[in-house]
Design a protein around this ligand. Sequence first.
Ligand SMILES: [Zn+2]
Length: 270
Amino acid sequence: MTAASPLADAIRDSAQLLVLSPHLDDAVLSCGALIADAAPRLPVTVVTLFTEAGPPPYTLSARRYLRQAGASDAQALYRERRDEDQAALESLGVGWAHAGLTEAQHRRRKMADGQGIWRAALLPELVHTYPVYRLHVTSGRLAPDDAGTLRAAIAFVRWLAGRRPALVLAPLAVGGHVDHVLARLAAQRSGKPLIYYSDFPYNQRHVPDAAFIRRHRLCEVRGPRPPQAKADLIRSYRTQASAMFPDGHVPLVPEVFYCRRTEEHGDGDH
Ligand SMILES: [Zn+2]
C-alpha cells in the first residue's frame, strides 16, 4: 500500500481502527498485515461478532465442520478458538472484543414453546436458521429470523465506535457467507466511516460482488505482498489453519481493500 492510498490517508486521520471480523480468524486472514502495520500508529481493536457455538444436536454441515477441526464438542472448540484469537491479537499489541453472538451454523429458528425439542430430536436441520452450509450458510441471503442478530451486531459496533471516533474496516462478504454479509450490514448501519476488506481465502475461489462495488462507488486498493510473519500468525489459529491449509502452506497474497471514491477526476481537472 502506498502512503498516498485512500486507505493510508483514512487510517492516518482516524483516532482508532475497528476491524470487524465475522469469525475468530477473518480479520487476521484478510488484513493481518495491515493490522500489524497500523498497530504501532493508532489504537486497533479486532471486533469479532460470531464467537459462540450452540448446543447439540448439530446439523450434518456443523458436524462435518467439527470433524474437519478434529473436535466433537462445538462449545469446547469455540472456547479454544476464542483463546487462539486473544493470544494472536495480544501478540500484535492489538485490542480484541468478542460480541458473543452465535455462529450461523448454530443459530436456531424461533419456534413456539416445546415445538423445537421434538423437531430437533427428529432432524436437527428442522430447527436451524441455516440448515445446509452450501445452500443456506453461503447463500448471501439473510433469513428473516436474523433481524435480532443484526440489531445486536449494530448495537455492539456502535457501542465500541462511540467511545472515540473510529474508522471501521468491514468484510466485503466475498463468497456470500451470511455471517460476513451480516457483519458488512452492521458496519454500514453503524453510520461510521467505512472501508471494506476482501475476504481471504474466499477471494481465492469467488469474485467480489461487482454490483455492490458499483452501487457504493468503491475503488480497489491492493496492499503489498504480506510478510512471512502473516503466515505464522494465521497458523497460530491452530484449530482453523489445518482445515483451511491442509498442506501447511499459507499463500501470501496481497490484501485487498475497497474505499469509497471521494472525487471524480474529469477532463477539466488540473
Ligand atoms: Zn468467516
